[in-house]
Each structure stands twice: as C-alpha cells, then as structure tokens.
Design a protein around this ligand. Structure first.
Ligand SMILES: [Zn+2]
Ligand SMILES: [Zn+2]
Length: 244
C-alpha cells in the first residue's frame, strides 16, 4: 500500500503547494483523504486515474479540504464514470456538498450522476467499513465554522494511517494516531500557538505517547516552510510517496 501527497498545502497556497489531498492505493483499496479546491488539477498533474477511486474521506468543510468535490464530480460526469463512488465525511455533508456544487456550478447538485454516488455521514468514534477500508473518526478542534471537524484513523491492508486534519492540540489525537504506521499531522506553525491550528512545538511533547512508527508533517505555513532544512522531521511535499 502507498500514500501519495497529491497536495499538502494550507488554505493560502503557501509555498505554491496544492490544497490537501492524499491518495492511498493498495491491492484492495483506492481512496482519497480530503479533496481541496485545487485537487483536480493536482490529481491530473500526477496522472492519477480518478475513475479508479472508490472512496473520498472528508475531514471538514473548509475549501482547502472539501472545495474540490464539485470539480471532481463534474470531471467524473464528463469522463462518463461508471464505477460507484462513496463520499464520506462529517454530519451535514450531503447538504454542504449540494451547497458548494450550486455555488460553483449552478444546477449541478440536481444533475443525476451516471454513476452511483453515495454520500455518507460519519460520527465520531463510530467505526465504519467501506470495502477493505476501516475508518474511525475522532472529533478535533478547529473553530466555529466549517465543521464538524474529524481526524481519521484508517485501517487497511494490515496498516494504520492517521490524519490529524486541521486542529489545535486535542487529546483525541492520541487514540486517533496511537501506534499508527503513518501519522500525518498538521504543523501549521513552528512554535507560535494559535487557536484552531497545531504548531510543531505543541505536538512534539505528545509524540512519545502517540508512538507512531512514522510521522509526516503537513499543512504548513510560510513560517514552517522556511525551516524545513532544520526541522529534524519528515515534512510532506506535493507528489511525495510514503510506502506502507
Ligand atoms: Zn486547511
Ligand atoms: Zn480548515
């Protein structure tokens, strides 16, 4: 199994990076984690076959994690996709998806897809299986609008991938990421503490308890991107592949 960072940028395009989108593929699985506004061109740049993707997990409804869905669905329709697609995310996802589709492409939310599209709400700490992908969401803390906010613990093909999503430090990240083979953690700032986002220095004291086998930092601001050489941690870059 492998995870490819299709995009690991923030909402502001820091470092010219694409919005958040990770592509996981293996013998039995093919799914995305988040689909930000710039994710369709990012997927195309990497030559990723969108029609093979079975599942898209959404962490929250900010444009840099969710805003790519109208483009992806439009592309699927024009490409005459036939394979069923599941989009799963926080409570309210069906309404939010219709709203963003209407805002970007009027009447598109009422277009009947040529393929079977299922939109599924996930509840915190209720595990759901989608084919060979087992997903456990955890509530995280990321402000007043654009939520609910979910981190994910994902089990597939004998491996565990955890993703913090956007969040300030919260204790739920411990069960979400404990002993994970790969923990993708937001590190928006190096040591500046702000509401709703995680800084590396806030995360660092918890890493020993989390004990992830591998940590990759993502969603970095210019503050972090200017320090990549001296961080001592693996930082994501667009196109980077992690073998699991
Ligand atoms: Zn974000
Ligand atoms: Zn966000």
């Amino acid at each position: 199994m492998q995870l490819r960072f299709v995009g690991c940028g923030d909402a502001l395009g820091s470092g010219g990076r694409f919005n958040t989108c990770f592509h996981v593929t293996g013998k039995q699985v093919n799914f995305l984690i988040d689909c930000g506004a710039s994710s369709l061109p990012a997927l195309k740049r990497l030559g990723i076959a969108r029609e093979d993707i079975d599942l898209i997990l959404i962490t929250h409804f900010h444009g840099d994690h969710f805003g790519g869905l109208p483009f992806l669905l439009l592309d699927a329709q024009f490409a005459r996709r036939t394979r069923p697609l599941v989009i799963a995310g926080p409570a309210g996802i069906e309404t939010r998806l219709a709203q963003v589709m209407e805002a970007l492409f009027e009447h598109s939310s009422k277009t009947k897809q040529r393929f079977e599209l299922s939109v599924v709400e996930l509840q915190p700490e209720q595990t759901r299986a989608f084919g060979a992908v087992k997903v456990t969401p955890y509530s995280v803390v990321h402000g007043e609008s654009g939520g609910p906010f979910l981190a994910y613990r994902i089990e597939a093909e004998g491996r565990v991938i955890a993703y913090s999503a956007d969040t300030e430090w919260t204790e739920t990240l411990i069960p979400a990421a404990r002993d994970a083979d790969l923990f993708i953690a937001e590190a928006y700032y190096y040591d500046k503490v702000v509401k709703n986002h995680l800084s590396l220095k806030t995360l660092e004291p918890h890493l020993a308890e989390i004990k992830a086998k591998r940590l990759v930092l993502t969603h970095m601001s210019d503050d972090m991107l200017g320090r990549l050489e001296t961080l001592g941690y693996t930082a994501a870059s667009d196109g980077m592949v992690v073998e699991l």
